[in-house]
Design a protein around this ligand. Structure first.
Ligand code: FRU
Length: 478
């Protein structure tokens, strides 16, 4: 197929070519952000999985590096995490050199073909040159499969309270927690989720993390689910609760979603960023991921997001906001400001120059109905808005360009408003074929793809009378 540079996001990671899915092994060291990812270097669809590798100094521009991990006789390299083993608990280090240890799933395709259930095992690889090259551990797998069809995506962190490593592992319809003194010997601690949360599909890519609120530590467990998301297909739910080093206990039985858009899956957080917690997700959906009309690559990552807890009434909710690195970069760029006092529109030239890469910030003392429409001369239109009657943000991509590649792509998606604050605060980030909506300090977010046949050249906002004291600002990325 012809190449589609017009759809390649400029400020999100995409591999130069070939298929990508989940982020893996996220690790921060000496000012460098490492992103590993599920990668099939020889195809435009999912295949024998490798770990690709990219690095960034600013979380916005990424340099692709050599492939980190390739399939071996134990199987393909599925998702997992990476840690810096500062005290060399694993013994895999060298004098004066703390090993970086990747913990991943070996998926044995041959076992699967032979109808065997025990096809997913947990294994290690280590690097002594800051992630450039990796050796597989000779004793793999370190956690053999006990007889479960789905058992994958190990996410490991150092649990200070019990001074040992803790692993969250997706086990089909629940999460299993394990502990280890040395990353090699693992003991099961507990299970969570059999009868809680959304179960429309298989549980994948867990991540357990501490987050502070009002001087108290809480624990958040992210669990990706495919299918069964609130807008169809894959999505990431989360639970807020406590973790005592053994067991995760949720505060309540509500199902909450990290992102209500259709295109944010398998998100996990970076190792070694305390006191901040930063997440990146795969900006796609298993429903149509393999059909997306891009070439010669397929899939992008989301913008990196900072996670925090916020209280709304009695409930604690996760807030996801673009990382401050992204916000800072944007605030230094030229801005067009318009008021909402008349039906507002942005001069076409400003948008034409932006070439699909811009941000919009909408603020008003009162949040009421509004509709923002981006359009082009080809007759495509993307509509984004808020509906006060149903208290929902929404994104309608039914007319936003190409959609005939999959019947489920053209759709209108909604997200509940969590915040009870009167004012409107909505940020939108556009990057050629992507939009990320963050409302109410990140309490509601939506990530959504679209493929206009020409770049957006017109932007209009219609807002309810009560919002007319508000304004919107448009900033073009350079
Ligand atoms: C999630 C997932 C993981 C698995 C990987 C395989 O998108 O299905 O559970 O490890 O993708 O590529």
């Amino acid at each position: 197929p012809p190449h589609t540079p017009q759809y390649r996001p400029a400020h999100h990671f995409t591999p130069a070519q070939a298929w990508m899915n989940d982020p893996n092994g996220l690790l921060h060291h000496n000012g460098t952000w490492h992103l590993f990812f599920q990668y099939h270097p020889h195809g435009m669809t999912w295949g024998p999985m490798h770990w690709g590798h990219a690095t960034s100094q600013d979380l916005m521009s990424w340099q692709e590096q050599a492939i980190a991990l390739a399939p071996d006789p134990l199987g393909m390299i599925f998702s997992g995490s990476a840690v810096i083993d500062v005290h060399n608990t694993s013994g895999l280090g060298a004098p004066g050199q703390a090993p970086w240890v990747a913990i991943f799933t070996h998926h044995d395709g041959e076992a699967e073909k032979a109808g065997r259930i025990d096809r997913e095992h947990q294994s290690l690889a280590y690097s002594l040159d800051e992630g450039r090259t990796w050796q597989k551990y000779a004793g793999n797998p370190v956690l053999p499969n006990p007889g479960l069809k789905d058992l994958r995506d190990p996410k490991v962190f150092w649990h200070a309270g019990t001074a040992r490593w803790v692993m969250s592992l997706a086990a089909g319809d629940h999460i299993a927690f394990y502990a280890s003194p040395n990353l090699k010997d693992w003991t099961q601690l507990s299970e969570f989720g059999h009868a809680l949360g959304a179960h429309g599909g298989v549980w994948e890519c867990p991540d357990l993390m501490p987050l502070m609120l009002e001087g108290k530590q809480h624990w958040v467990l992210l669990v990706s689910l495919n299918p069964g998301g609130p807008n169809g297909g894959s999505a990431t739910q989360y639970f807020v609760g406590d973790f005592d080093g053994q067991r995760f206990t949720p505060h309540d039985t509500h199902t909450r979603w990290l992102d209500h858009g259709p295109d944010n899956y398998a998100g996990v957080t970076w190792h070694n960023t305390a006191p901040r917690t930063l997440l990146i997700g795969w900006m796609s959906n298993w429903v149509y991921a393999k059909d997306l009309p891009t070439s010669p690559w397929r899939s992008a990552m989301t913008l990196p997001r900072e996670l925090s807890l916020q209280r709304v009434g009695e409930q604690l909710h996760l807030s996801a906001r673009p990382a401050q690195e992204v916000v800072q970069r944007l605030s230094s760029l030229p801005t067009t400001v318009a008021s909402l006092s008349t039906d507002a529109s942005v001069p076409g030239d400003a948008l034409r120059q932006a070439d699909g890469r811009f941000a919009i910030e909408l603020t008003a003392p009162s949040l009421q109905d509004f509709t923002l429409t981006l359009s082009n001369d080809a007759g495509d239109a993307l509509h984004i808005g808020y509906d006060a009657a149903s208290r929902q943000y929404w994104i309608d991509r039914t007319q936003a360009g190409l959609s005939d590649f999959h019947t489920d792509f053209a759709a209108r998606h909604t997200a509940p408003r969590i915040s009870t604050a009167p004012e409107a605060q909505v940020s939108l980030f556009f990057d050629r074929s992507t939009v990320e909506l963050f409302a109410d300090q990140g309490l509601t977010s939506m990530t959504s793809l679209h493929f206009p046949s020409q770049p957006w050249s017109k932007c209009q906002i219609q807002a309810a009378e009560a919002m007319r004291e508000g304004r919107f600002e448009l900033r073009s990325f350079e």
